[in-house]
Ligand binder design. Structure first.
Ligand code: UDX
Ligand code: ADP
Length: 463
């Protein structure tokens, strides 16, 4: 046999694609196949324009593709030949019925479980990669064990901690790999088989093994903690604006305490991305379903603070631009939920754009990677409001004739822009709202802009 083991991943998205590319690169003797119902996505994975933008990913994919990494739409064949199946389908927040807006929508995940049963003719290890509510593995086990074929499926949880934009680095040098399994002989054996994959490149002490429920819950809790730090510093940014304190100085002072640490303390217009809000709401829903109301309320406040921060940012734009933005050209610099990705899921830019369009502004959205997604996100909103939207990748062209710039995404290139040139091309008075605190505010002020950072004193030319 050409390959020692066959690994399958169902779901070729932001998690499945990069994770499998790295596994294939590090385990050349394993065949790694990634399948998806979305034929267009699979076509893109097989070409040079990958369906997601992720620094360094194309190189890793090229190294393994065709050798031991394959992308396909033949889900049945993939399941048949697999020894280990990673399930990495989307589990968005439910938009309907019970738990709408809070619970995870598990329809894609359940469909996958049924497909695995339908196309299997021997025992397999099923690895939950998608973030799932705690105790989902139990439901997965129920569906899988109901098969009439007498096949044993062992379910293991291996949550993914990669962050977009640094996915390849996070996968190559993870802080930890977490594998949760049943503490039975079969469960521990399955855990060892999954551990063997990661042990090819991850030091043994970084591979943590736990019971199934701890692994599932750890993922939700890790994201909740990270998001909580952002909401905490964002709450402080509001207080800074009232008191004359500087949130950047506070982050530094507070983060210098080794027990706290400096990361994830950047005040912003709010966190976005497919994980934080979804996972916290999931935690809230689960807590509430166990009757832990105080626990649920505690975590829900993290999301509420995030919404407050996004709203505060839009309100500042409207207020400072003399309480009206009707017909005013305002540029959103960036639309991705963070730098180094084209992903716009839950991007604060969506909220900011919607509110400004409702106020009948003329928006220009600029972003080096996310314009296609932005267009899709805003399609329905534009039709329902009286504002207008243009999409312009070039920030200089975007800014010509505009009255305001609002930084949504912390793309490093925005720091390097020639703001004198931009100022000269803009209508006056010209405003900058820095939702990421990445620009040189003093310098912008000296050029002539009225500058509104987050959590720092504003710099204006008005008497
Ligand atoms: C996150 C987790 O980091 C990752 O471990 C998990 O697997 C998936 O969810 P991701 O959503 O890709 O990853 O991005 P992350 O870097 O965590 O940023 C999330 C959001 O928080 C972004 O909108 C980012 O701009 C924002 N953020 C981050 C801040 O506003 N301030 C900070 O200090 C850090
Ligand atoms: P994530 O960020 O968790 O990776 P994505 O939405 O990027 O989520 O990717 C999930 C992928 O799973 C999508 O490409 C979707 O088409 C795919 N998918 C959903 N359901 C199935 C299924 N039953 N079989 C195969 N692929 C599926």
């Amino acid at each position: 046999m050409k390959y020692k083991k066959n690994i399958l991943c169902i779901g070729a998205g932001y998690v499945g694609g990069p994770t499998m590319a790295v596994i294939a690169a590090k385990c050349p003797d394993f065949k790694v196949t990634v399948v998806d119902v979305n034929a267009e996505r699979i076509r893109a994975w097989n070409g040079d324009r990958l369906p997601i933008f992720e620094p360094g990913l194309l190189e890793v994919v090229r190294e393994a593709r065709g050798r031991n990494l394959f992308f396909s739409t033949d889900i049945a064949a993939g399941i048949r030949e697999a020894d280990i199946i990673f399930v990495s389908v989307n589990t968005p927040t439910k938009t309907f019925g019970q738990g709408a807006g809070m619970a995870s929508d598990l329809q894609y995940w359940e469909k996958t479980a049924h497909e695995i049963v339908a196309h299997s003719d021997r025992a397999k290890i099923i690895v939950e990669k998608s973030t799932l509510p705690v105790r989902t593995a139990e439901a997965m086990e129920h569906i899988l064990q109901e098969n009439k074929k007498g096949i044993h499926f062992e379910v293991v949880s291996n949550p993914e901690f990669l962050a977009e934009g640094s996915a390849v680095r996070d996968l190559l040098e993870p802080d930890r790999v977490l594998i949760g399994s049943r503490q039975t002989e079969a469960g521990l054996q399955a855990m060892r088989e999954v551990r063997e994959i990661f042990a090819r490149w991850v030091p043994a002490e970084k591979i943590i093994t736990t019971n199934l429920w701890s692994a599932e819950l750890s993922k939700l809790v890790a994201n909740a903690f990270l998001a909580q730090r952002i909401s905490s510093i964002n709450a402080v940014s509001a207080l800074c604006e009232k008191t004359g304190a500087d949130v950047g100085e506070i982050s530094f002072a507070v983060g210098s305490d080794k027990r706290i640490g400096p990361r994830f303390l950047n005040a912003s217009i709010g966190f976005g991305g497919s994980c934080f809000k979804k996972d916290i709401l999931n935690l809230v829903y689960i807590s509430r379903s166990y009757g832990l109301i105080e626990v649920a309320d505690y975590w829900e406040a993290v999301v509420r603070m995030n919404e407050y921060q996004q709203e505060r940012f839009v309100q500042a734009i409207i207020r400072e631009m003399f309480h009206t933005v009707v017909g005013k050209k305002i540029v959103l610099l960036g639309f991705a939920f963070k730098a180094d990705t084209g992903d716009t899921r839950e991007s604060p830019g969506i909220h900011v754009a919607r509110k400004l369009l409702e106020e009948r502004a003329s928006l220009v959205i600029s972003d080096p990677q996310a314009l296609e997604n932005a267009r899709r996100d805003l399609a329905a909103i534009v039709g329902a409001t009286a504002g207008t939207v243009e999409y312009e990748p070039d920030p200089y062209r975007a800014a010509a004739g505009a009255q305001g710039l609002a930084v949504i995404t912390e793309w490093p290139a925005y720091r390097e822009l020639d703001f004198e040139k931009i100022f000269a091309s803009m209508g006056k008075p010209a405003f900058v709202f820095d939702g990421r605190n990445i620009l040189d505010h003093r310098r912008l002020f000296e050029i002539g802009f009225n500058v509104f950072p987050l959590g720092k004193p504003s710099l204006t030319h008005f008497a």
